[in-house]
Design a protein around this ligand. Structure first.
Ligand code: DC
Length: 229
């Protein structure tokens, strides 16, 4: 069967990573979480002490960005790929609030995007990948054979995020999370470098009122529509 590139973009907390991971497992493709790559660079900067409040020592990062090694390796105990930074498993650390608070500053830098986009293009060169992010169908793989844009209403995404946080033991109010979702949407879609934008040829999935099973069936159908020809 022919191998393709599947680009999945969309809003934060839209469930796109879950969808991308499930799809990759189902069809035997490699899943690449590009958000994890921006998070890994952010973690590196935090460890180096390059942040002072919201100000980053950009020149220090610029000098090393091409030498940072970010890779993914399968973890048999979770059944998923973990993110590695210079050979160290950082999967847990990149998901902390400390990283989440700073990552959008790092993701807005043109030289960071340029370096990570080049790595992502190299990872997808042989095809057979499901890549999720914000600019995959527009910048990283504008020729991807299948492009999906996943979204849900801000209220639905805020509720999902609130439930996730509460399950982890973080008490948050719905209003607080909704405000954060709105803020992230705004930052993601208004930055000048690689903003979140729907590719003209992307298929849009609004999963506000869909179950996970319905979503899974829909995405598999789109995949087969492209490869079974
Ligand atoms: O999907 P996520 O929450 O792990 O993404 C982390 C951050 O990285 C978020 O601020 C959006 C940004 N990002 C990006 O700018 N481009 C991508 N391709 C993926 C993520």
């Amino acid at each position: 069967m022919k191998k393709i590139v599947i680009a999945i973009d969309g809003h934060s907390s839209s469930g796109k990573s879950t969808m991308a991971k499930d799809l990759a497992r189902e069809i035997g493709y490699t899943y690449i979480d590009t958000g994890a790559m921006y998070r890994a660079v952010t973690l590196y900067c935090l460890r180096q002490g390059w942040f002072e409040g919201d100000t980053l020592r950009e020149e220090a990062l610029r000098a090393v960005i091409d030498d940072l090694e970010i890779t993914f390796h399968f973890n048999p105990s979770t059944g998923r790929a973990d993110t590695y930074l210079n050979g160290e498993d950082v999967e847990q650390e990149i998901r902390t609030m400390a990283v989440a608070e700073k990552v959008s500053l790092v993701a807005a830098l043109g030289f960071v995007r340029k370096a990570l986009v080049a790595k992502q293009q190299a990872m997808g060169k042989e095809k057979g990948v499901v890549m999720d992010g914000r600019d995959i169908g527009t910048v990283v793989f504008p020729d991807a054979e299948l492009k999906l844009f996943v979204t849900a209403s801000q209220e639905v995404r805020a509720r999902r995020r609130m439930e996730e946080l509460r399950a982890k033991g973080t008490p948050v109010s719905f209003e607080e999370v909704l405000e954060n979702v709105r803020k992230r949407d705004y930052l993601d879609s208004t930055r000048t470098e690689g903003p979140l934008r729907q590719a003209d040829d992307a298929l849009v999935l609004d999963n506000s009122d869909m179950t996970l099973a319905e979503q899974k069936a829909w995405v598999l159908e789109q995949y087969h529509r492209v490869v079974d020809v």
